[in-house]
Design a protein around this ligand. Structure first.
Ligand code: NDP
Length: 245
């Protein structure tokens, strides 16, 4: 399938994990991808292994940096058709409420939620230009159920709300906006915690934790014209965790 022939795609946090798998998947279907990541070296390495890919250092927590990444994509591709808001703040506080620091809360919301808004706002006119723009936000099962992490969960739930609001606004301009809510995915976030992943495998109705490619496949569907009549929705990709348990 070459669903993204002639498409330009920008993936935040695309240097590794789910973002990298998504970049590879979209590129394998014809997209030219720009990997925008705060870790420029890793972004460069990843882009070097993907045909037609480019990279840019980008901190979605900073408005100018997010806008520069979008400008780079438009320069590089001549247009922008797909934005995947995948970057997040990993410094999340998972301890008791009394120990939740204001600055930690703010940072998580600023990167994970406002970062997606910054990128969407900068990309908006470009996504509208060819009438086939698509934004896919990467949420989490934490948006729906309590798995700990005050700010992380609030940011991901906020992202689902932003997804709906942007879908409403974008519909008239040919921009679709959807969200994928992953369950546990084997990425660096779980490095060194093989035992936990083994235990978690038993919790998932489908008998395993997810792989980055499981999310990339869902993102590719929502970004493609196969989902031309899908907008404002949140798709759980969680091995049945929320629906079946
Ligand atoms: P990874 O940590 O593997 O990759 C995330 C990438 O984003 C890293 O390269 C990281 O750089 C980069 N990044 C961090 N902050 C910023 C920033 N401010 N601007 C741009 N890039 C940044 O993450 P995952 O692949 O595990 O997760 C990707 C997405 O999937 C996230 O939104 C996460 O919430 C979601 N998710 C993941 C789950 C999982 O189990 N893995 C479960 C549910 C949701 P650096 O390394 O320098 O920090």
């Amino acid at each position: 399938m070459r669903r993204f022939e002639g498409y330009g795609a920008l993936i935040t946090g695309g240097a590794r994990g789910i973002g990298e798998a998504t970049a590879r998947r979209l590129a394998s279907e014809g997209a030219r991808v720009l990997i925008a990541d705060i870790d420029a070296e890793a972004a460069e390495r990843t882009a070097a292994g993907i045909e037609g890919a480019a990279f840019v250092r980008c901190d979605v927590g900073d408005r100018a940096s997010a806008e520069a990444a979008v400008a780079r994509a438009v320069d590089h591709f001549g247009s922008l058709d797909v934005l995947v808001n995948n970057a997040f703040s990993a410094s999340r506080h998972v301890g008791p409420l009394e120990e939740l620091p204001d600055d930690g809360w703010q940072q998580d919301l600023d990167v994970t939620l406002t970062g997606a808004l910054r990128c969407a706002r900068a990309a908006w006119p470009h996504l509208a230009a060819r009438g086939r723009g698509a934004i896919v936000n990467i949420g989490s099962v934490n948006a729906e159920q309590d798995f700990g992490g005050h700010a992380y969960s609030a940011a991901k739930a906020g992202l689902a709300s932003l997804t709906r609001t942007l879908a409403g606004e974008g519909a008239a301009r040919g921009i679709r906006v959807n969200q994928v809510n992953p369950g546990t995915i084997r990425t660096r976030s779980w490095a060194g915690r093989e035992k936990s992943l083994e235990v978690l495998s038993g919790v998932y109705p489908l008998g395993r934790v997810g792989e980055p490619g499981d999310i990339a496949a869902a993102v590719a569907f929502l970004a493609s014209s196969d989902a031309a009549w899908v907008t404002g929705t949140t798709l759980p990709v969680d091995g049945g965790l929320l629906a079946v348990n």
